[in-house]
Design a protein around this ligand. Structure first.
Ligand SMILES: [Zn+2]
Ligand SMILES: [Zn+2]
Length: 260
C-alpha cells in the first residue's frame, strides 16, 4: 500500500508540474520589454532628467556608413546632456553603424520599422535608454518650401535627417556641425518635455501660441521648429552661425522635473 500511495503522490506531482509547464507556454508568450520605450513623447522627461527611478542614462546613436554625424557634434551633444540631467551612475553614448536603409524618403512609420529592427537598448533596472537614428534619407513630409531636420516621435526615440542636414549645408560645410547640434539638442529638448508637451510645465506661459510645443523666446533652442522649417527661416537661422541655447524659462521647466 505504501508503494501505491507513493506512486499516486508522484503522479500528482508530475501532473501538476506538467500542467504548470503547459500554462506557462500557453499564457505568457514572449515578454515585450520594449513597451516602456514606446510611450508618447514627453512622458519620460522626469525619468531622463532626475535620478528618482533611473540613475544611469544610455544613448544608442545609430547611423549608416555614409551619414555619420560629425564627432564634434556628438561631443557637443554629450556636454549638453551632461549639463542638464542628474545621473550619478553616469551617461553612456554607444555608437553603432547599420546598413544603408532603402525606401527613402521615409515616412514616420518606416522610421519606426527601422527602429524595431536595429534598436538594441531599452530601459532596464536603473537605466533609461534613448535611441537616435541619423537617417540616410529625407522625410516624406518635405516640400519645395519646407524641410524636416529631425523628429522626436516617442518618449525615447529621435530621428535626425542627416542626409537633409548635409544637403542643406553643402555649399557651406562649416555650418553642418551647427545644424547637427541644433537639431540633436532641440529634439532632445522635446524628449525632455519642452515645451509643455504633457501640459505640465511650470512655465507654460512661454509656449508660442502660433507654433505649439515651441518656445516664444526667439533666441531659445526650442524656438526653432526643426520638424517643419521653411527654407527662408532656415537661411535666417544659419546666418546667425551659432547653436542656440535654452533660455532660463526652459531650463526652469527642466529643473522642475528633477534636472539641473
Ligand atoms: Zn521642435
Ligand atoms: Zn525656451
Amino acid at each position: 500500500m505504501k508503494g501505491l500511495y507513493a506512486s499516486i503522490f508522484l503522479l500528482i506531482i508530475l501532473f501538476l508540474s506538467l500542467s504548470a509547464c503547459k500554462n506557462d507556454d500557453a499564457d505568457e508568450g514572449p515578454i515585450d520589454n520594449t513597451i516602456e520605450n514606446k510611450q508618447p513623447l514627453g512622458t519620460s522627461a522626469e525619468d531622463i532628467l532626475s535620478d528618482d527611478r533611473y540613475d544611469k542614462l544610455k544613448f544608442e546613436l545609430v547611423y549608416t556608413e555614409s551619414y555619420r554625424p560629425e564627432a564634434e557634434s556628438v561631443n557637443a551633444f554629450k556636454n549638453f546632456v551632461n549639463a542638464r540631467v542628474v545621473k550619478p551612475g553616469g551617461v553612456q553614448f554607444i555608437e553603432r553603424e547599420i546598413p544603408n536603409q532603402a525606401g527613402a524618403p521615409f515616412t514616420l512609420d518606416q522610421i519606426k520599422t527601422i527602429e524595431e529592427e536595429y534598436r538594441t537598448l531599452y530601459n532596464e533596472t536603473g537605466t533609461v535608454a534613448i535611441y537616435i537614428f541619423f537617417s540616410n534619407g529625407s522625410s516624406s513630409n518635405d516640400t519645395q518650401s519646407s524641410v524636416t531636420l529631425g523628429t522626436a516621435y516617442r518618449n525615447t526615440s529621435v530621428v535626425v535627417y542627416q542626409k537633409t542636414l548635409e544637403l542643406i549645408t553643402q555649399s557651406d560645410p562649416e555650418l553642418l556641425p551647427i545644424l547637427e547640434q541644433t537639431t540633436l539638442e532641440h529634439e532632445f529638448g522635446h524628449i525632455l518635455g519642452l515645451i509643455n508637451l504633457q501640459n505640465d510645465d511650470i512655465h507654460n506661459a512661454h509656449e508660442d501660441p502660433s507654433n505649439s510645443k515651441h518656445c516664444i523666446v526667439e533666441e531659445c533652442l526650442m524656438y526653432f521648429n526643426a520638424t517643419n522649417v521653411g527654407r527662408s527661416a532656415l537661411n535666417r537661422f544659419m546666418a546667425r552661425g551659432m547653436v542656440p541655447q535654452l533660455d532660463p524659462l526652459c531650463i526652469a521647466d527642466l529643473q522642475a522635473k528633477g534636472g539641473q
